[in-house]
Design a protein around this ligand. Structure first.
Ligand code: NAD
Length: 475
């Protein structure tokens, strides 16, 4: 019998009597079952969060920090077990799963040090005017399947720190590690402050429209983000949306191909390309295009695609069948249009496991689906450009605006280009680096609001202005 993982509601690990299967994308075997929650269980979780909010919002910040540190500690102490479980449900190689687990523990600890100080805007004989931040209330957190643990933590921690309570829903594809963490923290966090529930496709919309949830913090696709915004409008819930991206990497002619090839490779292929901020369009200056594309392909040939639990695997399977079929569709479309492949492109859909070979395309046109759409798979289109003006226009020619990168021997020149890109984050000579102290969020249709940093924390609060008139005391 497979292991059954319970939900966390009101401080207790509970089940519903209805179960759904979770599979390992490397071999399509069922590796666990999780409860299917419906309206009644959601109501119970929201009621537990609402009851806990009454005391949690007035709990001193030091105690809230201590509870967050207990979560961080529990994750770190059990990292070995957790990263193996994460690989088995998500597919990412052990080393990358390890990075996510330790990264989540570190992110929780670092974010717990943030605070929102009161602001005094007037303090004179006439009046004292203070702006304080008060928690919005009960938060609904909804997360995707690509970084299930990191995403859960980046919703739970700022909610707790600000004084909110939360009902979190993992993706039905990757709930196991999150529920194991729920079990580990159940006794370490006051009952009802953190609730974690699982369910099928109807649970997300039920959370979004629940009348006693005050805010939704969501990470996922732009299409779902739009539905959430619509659902949240009924009672004007506060929302934070972290959505899709089609990030451009721009390689200037002064970048040494030998120094950037490997880094560019991993900026596209980490987590099998299933990262919102992966490099999904790589623009290389024509002077170095041939040399750099050859160096990337050379390096790519040394990377093993396979089961993430096997030693030496660099790129694991696609996380689920739907995404696997979407990536195949984009590759088939590229073939049908006669675009040139430098590597990969031949998928065998009859095999077991959702494997897509490392696929690199040679200068496909800008309007190719595999360039214009978010691939979210191990696919890297390399494109030639000749002038800075041209490449900036091409990079910005998308509805997305999440992140981007510039690779150059002259960082100042990189900054000048970065300032013209319409994205929330731009890296010069690095990739995928996020800080707990800097806001992360998308421009255009890549998001609404931000996570991380004080700006992210503020989104869990309302400003409240208290004014005391000093020269008009009626006594
Ligand atoms: P998704 O939008 O399909 O699902 C995300 C979550 O929303 C899941 O938990 C799902 O069950 C739930 N959901 C689905 N429909 C819903 C609805 N109508 N109402 C409420 N909830 C609903 O996304 P996904 O396929 O799991 O994840 C991949 C996408 O996430 C990609 O587009 C990727 O770029 C994006 N992403 C963005 C970031 C970021 O920080 N900007 C990070 C990771 C992933």
């Amino acid at each position: 019998m497979v292991t059954q993982y319970k939900n966390l509601i009101g401080g207790k690990m509970v089940e519903t009597g209805r179960w759904m299967d979770v599979i390992n994308p490397a071999n399509e075997q069922v590796i666990g079952q999780v409860p299917v929650c419906g309206k009644d269980e959601l109501d119970e979780a929201v009621a537990a969060a609402r009851a806990a909010f009454k005391t949690w919002k007035n709990t001193p910040i030091e105690e809230r920090r201590a509870a967050i540190m207990a979560i961080s500690g529990a994750i770190k102490e059990n990292a070995e077990e957790l990263y193996r479980l994460l690989t088995s449900e998500q597919g990412k190689p052990h080393e990358q799963a390890r990075g996510e687990i330790y990264g989540a523990a570190g992110m929780a600890a670092a974010q717990s040090t943030l605070s929102l100080e009161e602001e005094i805007v007037q303090d004179d004989d006439t009046r004292l005017m203070r702006v304080r931040r008060v928690p919005v209330g009960v938060v609904g957190g909804i997360v995707p399947w690509n970084f299930p643990v990191m995403m859960a933590i980046q919703k739970i921690v700022p909610a707790m720190l600000s004084g909110c309570t939360i009902v979190l829903k993992p993706s039905p594809f990757t709930p196991l590690t999150t529920l194991r963490i729920a079990e580990l923290i159940a006794a370490k966090v006051p009952a009802g402050v953190v609730n974690i529930i699982t369910g099928e496709d109807d649970l997300g919309p039920m959370i979004t429209s629940h009348p006693d949830i005050d805010k939704i913090t969501f990470t996922g696709s732009t299409a779902t983000g739009k539905k959430i915004m619509e659902g949240a409008s009924a009672d004007l819930k506060r929302i934070t949306l972290e959505l899709g991206g089609n990030d451009a990497s721009i390689v200037l002619p002064d970048a040494d191909p030998k120094k950037v090839a490997e880094q560019l490779f991993w900026s596209s292929f980490s987590n099998a390309g299933q990262i919102c901020v992966a490099a999904k369009r790589v623009y290389i200056h024509e002077d170095i295009y041939d040399e750099l594309s050859a160096a990337i392909v050379e390096y790519a040939k040394t990377v093993k695609v396979g089961d993430g639990s096997e030693q030496g695997t660099g790129v694991g399977p696609i996380q689920n069948r739907k995404q696997y079929e979407r990536v195949i569709e984009l590759i088939e479309d590229a073939k049908a249009n006669g675009y040139k492949f430098l590597l990969g492109g031949d998928v065998d859909p009859s095999g077991t496991g959702f494997y897509v070979p490392i696929t690199i395309l040679d200068n496909p046109p800008e309007d190719a689906r595999i360039v214009a759409e978010e691939q979210f798979g191990p696919v890297m289109p390399l494109m030639k450009f000749s002038s800075e003006e041209e490449v900036i226009a091409r990079a910005n020619n998308t509805e997305y605006g999440l992140a981007g990168a510039v690779w150059t021997g002259d960082p100042e020149r990189g900054v000048k280009i970065a300032e013209q890109l319409e994205t929330g984050t731009v890296w010069i000579n690095e990739y995928l680096h996020l800080s707990p102290f800097a806001p992360f969020g998308g421009h255009k249709q890549s998001g609404f609001g931000a996570e991380y940093g004080k700006e992210g924390l503020k989104e869990f609060t309302y400003p409240q202005v208290i004014t005391v008139r000093r020269d008009n005391v009626p006594a």
